[in-house]
Design a protein around this ligand. Structure first.
Ligand SMILES: NC(=O)C1=CN([C@@H]2O[C@H](COP(=O)(O)OP(=O)(O)OC[C@H]3O[C@@H](n4cnc5c(N)ncnc54)[C@H](O)[C@@H]3O)[C@@H](O)[C@H]2O)C=CC1
Ligand SMILES: N[C@@H](CC=O)C(=O)O
Ligand code: NA
Length: 436
C-alpha cells in the first residue's frame, strides 16, 4: 500500500522531534501502522529549519494553508501552537476532509467542543495525545484502558516546566528566573512561559482530562488556575519539616455537589509516589471505582518524548483510515450525544486541608486570637510550628496545617486573621491533599 501522506505544520521543538523520530523509526512504524507514514509537505516560518532536520525531499512553504488545502495530504499535524491561526488551520483541514493530529492543548481546551463537532460531521478524527502530559499515553489510558470504570478523581503533575523549576529550586537552591530560562532553552516552555508558571497550561490539560474522565464538555473557563510564582523558599522548607512536598497539581474530582476542576500548588505527603516525581517528568494518578488507583509517569515535555505521542496518534489515525467512522473511539471518550451537564464547582465550594503561613509580632495573645478565629469557623488545627524571625526582629513565622474545610470558610478566616493588628503580612495559603 502507498505510504500515508502527512502535512506537518510547524518545525519547532515538537515538529522537529516528530520529523526526526518518523525518519529514524520509519520501518518499525510502518510495520505497526500497516503502511509507511511520510511527511510530504511541511510549513514553517523559517524554511532553513527543514535543512537542519534533513527534510530534503519534502515540499516546503511558509503558508500553512497551502498544506491544509493540498489534495494529496491525508493527515495534517498541527504543531504551531496558539489558538487563532491554529484554530483556522484545523477547521479548514477538517472541512477539507483531512484527519488532524495536534499537540495543542490550548486549542483543544478552548475550541475542542467546536472542533470535535466539525470533525464528527465530516467523519474525520482529531487526535491529541501529545496535548496532555507530553509523551505519557494518558489520553489513551483514560479514554480506552479505563473504559469500564466510573472515574472518581484524578490528580497530576501536568506541566514539565513548572515541575522542573520547583525541583531545581528545592534541590539546588536555584533562582526561579534562572531555571525558567533553562526550561525555555531546552524547549519545554510554552511560547509565552506565563502559561507554564501561572497554571494556564496545566489548566488546559486538566480541562481535557476532566472531560474524558467524567464525560463532560470541555470547560476551560470553569477551571480554577493558580500558578507557582508565589511559592517561597521558606514554604518549601516548612513543608519539608512537616513531612510534605509542594507540587503543582491539576485535580479533577467528582463530588455529590458537582465536579472539582482545579490547578494549584499542593502539599502532598512526601512518601506518596507522585510527591517524588521530579524535573520535567509528569505523572497522573487516576482513581477508578473498579481498578482502584493507577499511575502514569513519563516525560511531560521535550522534542522526542512529545513526538512519541504525536506519532502514536499518526499510527492510530493511519489504522483508522479504512475503518467505519461510526466505530471509532469517540474524541472525548463518551459518545458525542452522551456528554453530561454536571456542574463544575466554584473554588469557594471545594473542600481541602490547608497549610497557612503568617508573620506575626512576637507578643502574647496573637496565637490565641488566630486559633479563636479558626475555631469560630470550625477549622481544626492538625499541626503547628513557630519559627524565629526570618522577616525582622520581634516577629515570628507561624505555620499551621488545618483539617479539611470549605474554601469559602477559609477565605473568611484568612480575612479576619489579616485584620489582626499583630499580623504583619498577608497569610500564605497552600492547599493540602493526601491523595489516598
Ligand atoms: N515543547 C514541548 O515540549 C511541548 C509542546 N506542546 C505543544 O506543541 C505545539 C508546538 O510547540 P513547540 O514545538 O514547543 O513550539 P515552537 O515554538 O518550538 O515551534 C512552533 C513552530 O511553528 C512555526 N510557526 C509559527 N507560526 C506559523 C505559521 N503561521 N505558519 C507556519 N509555521 C508557523 C514556527 O516557525 C516554529 O518553528 C504547541 O501547541 C505546544 O503547546 C505540547 C507538548 C510538549
Ligand atoms: N510547556 C509544557 C509543554 C508540554 O505540554 C510543559 O512544560 O509541560
Ligand atoms: Na500524552
Amino acid at each position: 500500500m502507498d505510504p500515508v501522506k502527512v502535512g506537518l505544520l510547524g518545525l519547532g521543538t515538537v515538529g522537529g522531534g516528530t520529523a526526526i523520530v518518523l525518519k529514524r523509526n520509519a520501518e518499525e512504524i510502518a510495520r505497526r501502522a500497516g503502511r509507511g507514514i511520510v511527511i510530504d509537505y511541511a510549513a514553517n516560518l523559517d524554511l532553513s529549519r527543514a535543512e537542519e532536520l534533513g527534510l530534503g525531499s519534502v515540499r516546503l512553504t511558509q503558508d500553512a494553508f497551502e498544506v491544509v488545502n493540498d489534495p494529496d495530504i491525508q493527515i495534517v499535524v498541527e504543531l504551531i501552537g496558539g489558538y487563532t491561526v491554529a484554530r483556522d488551520l484545523v477547521l479548514q483541514a477538517i472541512r477539507n476532509g483531512k484527519h488532524v493530529v495536534t499537540a495543542n492543548k490550548a486549542l483543544i481546551a478552548l475550541h475542542g467542543n467546536e472542533i470535535f463537532a466539525a470533525a464528527q460531521e465530516q467523519g474525520v478524527v482529531v487526535a491529541f495525545e501529545a496535548a496532555v502530559a507530553g509523551g505519557i499515553p494518558v489520553i489513551k489510558a483514560v479514554r480506552e484502558g479505563l473504559a469500564a470504570n466510573r472515574i472518581e478523581w484524578l490528580a497530576g503533575i501536568i506541566n514539565g516546566t513548572g515541575n522542573f523549576i520547583l525541583t531545581e529550586m528545592r534541590d539546588k537552591g536555584r533562582a526561579f528566573a534562572d531555571v525558567l530560562a533553562e526550561a525555555q532553552a531546552l524547549g519545554y516552555a510554552e511560547a509565552d512561559p506565563t502559561f507554564d508558571v501561572e497554571g494556564i497550561d496545566a489548566g488546559h490539560k486538566l480541562t481535557i482530562l476532566s472531560s474524558i474522565a467524567f464525560g463532560i464538555p470541555l470547560q476551560f473557563k470553569q477551571t480554577y488556575t493558580e500558578g507557582i510564582t508565589k511559592i517561597t523558599a521558606e514554604d518549601v522548607t516548612y513543608a519539608t519539616e512537616l513531612g510534605y512536598r509542594i507540587k503543582h497539581l491539576g485535580i479533577a474530582r467528582r463530588t455529590p455537589k458537582g465536579i472539582e476542576q482545579r490547578v494549584h500548588p499542593t502539599l502532598i505527603p512526601h512518601r506518596r509516589l507522585i510527591a517524588n516525581v521530579d524535573g520535567v517528568m509528569n505523572a497522573v494518578l487516576v482513581q477508578g471505582d473498579a481498578v482502584g488507583p493507577t499511575l502514569y509517569y513519563g516525560a511531560g515535555a521535550g522534542a522526542e518524548p512529545t513526538a512519541s505521542a504525536v506519532i502514536a496518534d499518526l499510527v492510530d489515525v493511519t489504522r483508522a483510515l479504512t475503518a467505519d467512522p461510526e466505530n471509532r473511539v469517540p474524541h472525548l471518550a463518551f459518545q458525542s450525544g452522551q456528554l453530561a451537564d454536571t456542574v463544575i464547582l466554584p473554588i469557594e465550594e471545594v473542600e481541602t486541608a490547608f497549610y497557612l503561613r503568617m508573620c506575626a509580632l512576637d507578643r502574647p495573645g496573637v496565637l490565641a486570637d488566630v486559633t479563636r478565629i479558626l475555631g469560630d469557623r470550625h477549622i481544626s488545627i492538625e499541626a503547628f510550628i513557630q519559627k524565629e524571625p526570618s522577616s525582622g526582629v520581634d516577629k515570628v513565622d507561624i505555620i499551621m496545617l488545618t483539617q479539611r474545610v470549605r474554601e469559602g470558610n477559609m477565605n473568611e478566616a484568612i480575612a479576619a486573621i489579616e485584620a489582626l493588628e499583630a499580623i504583619c503580612s498577608s497569610v500564605t495559603r497552600i492547599r493540602v491533599e493526601t491523595l489516598g
